[in-house]
Ligand binder design. Structure first.
Ligand code: GLN
Length: 483
């Protein structure tokens, strides 16, 4: 029998369904892996080992005809802690929600559980999803498993690190400006931000609602497709979820992509991109060209405004979404003498510095007198960024970029420089602004540190993205385990 963390989610579900492996014995293996790695990595917030074990026993006891229909039979799942779950507390990485228990479970989690997945822990994140390193968590940073002195990326750093060390084969993250793809790249795994509306946001703690999407992280492209399949589809509880049919993402996954035309926007390969990152991604494109892929250099001229546009729109929406944390309805409440000081003290003590900065920025750009100058203008540029993609997809099937401009950086090295931190998102925010699906897949390693490449496709083209990712995956030799 294979040692537990070596299973893919697909392999484990197959083995549990056929009775070759019990869900309980697999779960015991993953819990051991957590005990061995979590003290160093700190990927997790709440855990419930007893619950996970009893759920696994529940899967084992199921009648065969029931069990044999479960796509994720007995597969452990880690859930980013800004996605609500009835059984676990949900903090969003903030003191503000310490001790908060949601009365309901998010649709994406509910759908995974209905297919036999077992949530074993909630994972660490930048507070309310705001950050690119997981250092903004109120509960301490997560470490990059490939080098414990470096960040795992963020904001879904806990989910990515947990999967990278084999605490679970699958995780859910959320992506507003890169929070699934950049940590996936930094941790050497695969992550996908679905088309806006592909996955229900019901139960995702809102950061910037016009950009937020829940999506899968896993060690293989196939597993990302498997989890995506389960969580996708319209949900009556999220009016922005799309009614487009969910394709069978695994059916064509391994079929070679003939005649694929890939656009390589020069704006993503120039200034600001670490030459090591550029060279790994370019090398991969050269290899793909020998496999029959046509690589075409293209221009996406509005890319240079993307960070500015994102950091106007996301904080604007955040300032509105986070007004609900008033010390009355949820979680933390600071001592106070009257209503005004209750709001003030609670928000000042309950929210971290970065979150306060975003709320200030967002409130400012929405205020009378500045609204047209900043917010309205950003919305117009957002349209231009979207048009850059529309135009690109007239001539190419997919667009390729690095997933992040640099290698995983050293913990603390950007903490005092918010602008430097915001620039980490330069490759990823455009897909959110345009509402498009994007996949990060490992393209190689430099000095033991993983480097990811990003594939961006037209709306609802997740199946094509996964096929492209699968092709890349076959060409990359990855070291076994980081720890
Ligand atoms: N790093 C970006 C931000 O801080 C993106 C975060 C995310 O996708 N949740 O806003």
């Amino acid at each position: 029998m294979m040692a537990v963390p070596d299973y893919s989610a697909k392999g484990l579900a197959d083995a549990v369904r056929s009775g070759q492996v019990s869900a309980e014995s697999a779960m015991i293996g993953y819990l051991e892996r957590i005990r061995a790695t979590e003290p160093e990595v700190h990927a997790l917030l709440a855990q419930d080992q007893d619950l996970a074990l009893s759920r696994a026993q529940g899967v084992d006891r199921m009648p065969l005809d029931q069990k044999s229909h479960l796509a994720l039979a007995g597969v452990p799942l880690v859930v980013k802690d800004n996605i609500v779950t009835k059984e676990f507390p949900t903090t969003a990485g903030s003191r503000m929600l310490e001790g908060f228990h949601s009365p309901y479970t998010a649709t994406a989690v509910e759908r995974a559980e209905a297919q036999g997945a077992i949530v074993l822990a909630k994972s660490n994140l930048d507070e309310f999803g705001m950050g690119s390193s997981t250092e903004h968590s109120a509960f301490g940073p997560t470490k990059n498993p490939w080098d414990l002195t470096r960040v795992p990326g963020g904001s879904s750093g806990g989910s990515a690190a947990a999967v990278a060390v084999g605490m679970a084969p699958l995780a859910l993250g959320s992506d507003t400006g890169g929070s699934i793809r950049q940590p996936a790249a930094f941790c050497g795994i695969v992550g996908l931000k679905p088309t806006y509306g592909r996955v229900s946001r019901y139960g995702l703690i809102a950061y910037a609602s016009s950009l937020d999407q829940i999506g899968p992280l896993a060690r293989t492209v196939e597993d990302v497709g498997l989890l995506l399949q389960v969580i996708s589809g319209q949900d009556v509880r999220d009016a922005t979820s799309g009614e487009n049919p969910v394709s069978d993402y695994l059916a064509e996954l391994k079929r070679p992509l003939e005649g694929l035309r890939v656009g390589m926007p020069k704006e993503y390969f120039g200034q600001g991109i670490d030459p090591k990152v550029r060279s790994v991604v370019e090398k991969m494109l050269t290899r793909l060209a020998t496999e029959g892929v046509t690589v075409i250099e293209i221009e996406m001229p509005h890319t240079r405004y993307a960070i500015a546009t994102y950091y106007l729109i996301a904080p604007a929406e955040a300032s509105s979404n986070l007004s609900r944390y008033d010390g009355i309805r949820y979680g933390f409440r600071a001592p106070a003498t009257d209503l005004d000081s209750l709001y003030r003290n609670t928000r000042a003590q309950g929210m971290g510095e970065e979150v306060q900065r975003r709320i200030l920025l967002g409130t400012h750009v929405l205020s009378a007198g500045y609204y047209d100058q900043y917010y309205v203008k950003a919305q117009k540029v957002r349209t231009l960024i979207r048009r850059d993609f529309d135009e690109a997809f007239q001539t190419v099937d997919l667009v390729v970029t690095p997933s992040a401009p640099d290698l995983p950086f050293v913990l603390g090295s950007r903490s005092d420089d918010p602008m430097q931190m915001y620039l980490s998102d330069i490759c990823t925010v455009t897909a959110n602004l345009a509402g498009l699906p994007a996949l990060s897949v490992p393209a190689g390693f430099d000095d033991g540190l993983p480097i990811g490449m990003q594939w961006i496709g037209p709306a609802w083209s997740e199946d094509l993205l996964l096929r492209a990712g699968y092709m890349v995956e076959q060409m990359v030799e990855r070291p076994r385990w980081p720890l």
